[in-house]
Design a protein around this ligand. Structure first.
Ligand SMILES: Cc1cc2nc3c(=O)[nH]c(=O)nc-3n(C[C@H](O)[C@H](O)[C@H](O)COP(=O)(O)OP(=O)(O)OC[C@H]3O[C@@H](n4cnc5c(N)ncnc54)[C@H](O)[C@@H]3O)c2cc1C
Length: 288
């Protein structure tokens, strides 16, 4: 049942310093509120865990992009519309454009932030597999300073992650010039828009002459309790030739490595088969 508005409090800090100060003095009492697209669904369902919200949606410190020769930093408060329209992202990180476009529909993309997508910790979210593929780092800020966590190490279990209640996801850092020759993204859902994925696979690779995989990195959504890196499949594929046998074996390894569940959107068996099909499609595309 829907929550009652007067039961809740919303505070809008003037700047990030004030936000961090409030979070540090009342650790755990205040919950961050960015675009609100996940939180408002919980509100409607009467499932909010907190009564006090810190509105960080207007904080300019979380909004921009910083680009230098080595990396791009995407502010945790950037929306998916801002991300998909950024020229460097369009040129160098097309999978982020793909995942932004696959998120909800235009109205959601205008409002939903990448920091909120990460902090919501859904195993079915569309951008986390891309952050795994690009080996992104998270910059987490608290009143004590900042720390950097590699995104592949961030999730610790279903809806548990290496993120303290007094921390804000300040930015996502991705290295440029990774030597990627091929990239692939596919979300399988019930519809093209406004659907939660049944399976999502994002992958990048460096391939020599359409024949030999120098290295490969693969992220998946909706196939485990957390957004998952296909480590065993990657280990098998690194430095392998793109033969029919190797592609078949990689498919089998991936299907053993993932642990999807039956739920209202799909069945575990279907998800395994689809994940195998997506990997095959990705690997076949590396020959071109
Ligand atoms: C109709 C609809 C369709 C949707 N479709 C998709 C979809 O296709 N794919 C998909 O992945 N998601 C989808 N979503 C979910 C949602 O839009 C995304 O997860 C979105 O990115 C959440 O961002 P937000 O800014 O709205 O987060 P909020 O709702 O404001 O917050 C979500 C969580 O993140 C925390 N948080 C927010 N910002 C930060 C920060 N900077 N640092 C630390 N913690 C933070 C909040 O405290 C909260 O726990 C959909 C939602 C709706 C309502």
């Amino acid at each position: 049942m829907r929550g009652l508005t007067p039961d809740y409090e919303m505070k809008t800090p003037k700047n990030i310093k004030e936000a961090l100060q409030i979070l540090s003095t009342n650790s755990g009492e205040w919950q961050l509120f960015a675009g609100g697209t996940d939180l408002m669904v919980s509100y409607e369902a009467g499932k909010l865990t907190h009564k006090k919200f810190l509105n960080i949606n207007a904080l300019h410190e979380l909004k921009g992009f910083v680009v230098n020769d080595q990396e791009i930093l995407i502010g945790g408060g950037c929306t998916f519309t801002q991300i998909k329209n950024h020229p460097i992202i369009q040129q160098e990180f097309p999978l982020l454009v793909n995942s932004a476009e696959a998120t909800g529909a235009i109205a959601i993309q205008n409002r939903a932030t990448i920091g909120g997508n990460i902090a919501n910790m859904s195993p079915a979210a569309d951008t986390p597999p891309v952050l795994i593929a690009y080996n992104a780092d998270l910059i987490l800020l608290s009143s004590k300073g900042y720390r950097i966590v590699n995104y592949t190490q961030f999730h610790k279990g279903y809806k548990r992650a290496d993120l303290r209640a007094d921390e804000i996801i300040m930015a996502i850092k991705i290295h440029r010039h990774q030597g990627i020759s091929h990239s692939y993204y596919r979300k399988v859902g019930t519809r093209a828009a406004q659907s939660i994925s049944k399976v999502c696979l994002a992958g990048v690779a460096c391939v020599f002459r359409g024949q030999n995989i120098e290295w490969i990195q693969i992220g998946l959504g909706s196939v485990a309790p957390i957004p998952m890196q296909a480590i065993q499949t990657e280990h098998f594929l690194n430095e392998k030739d793109l033969t029919h046998e190797n592609i078949q074996q990689a498919r089998n390894i991936l299907m053993d490595e993932i642990h999807p569940i039956d739920d209202i959107r799909s069945e575990a068996k279907y998800r395994k088969t689809v994940a195998g099909n997506l990997l095959t499609e990705f690997l076949e595309s590396l020959k071109k």
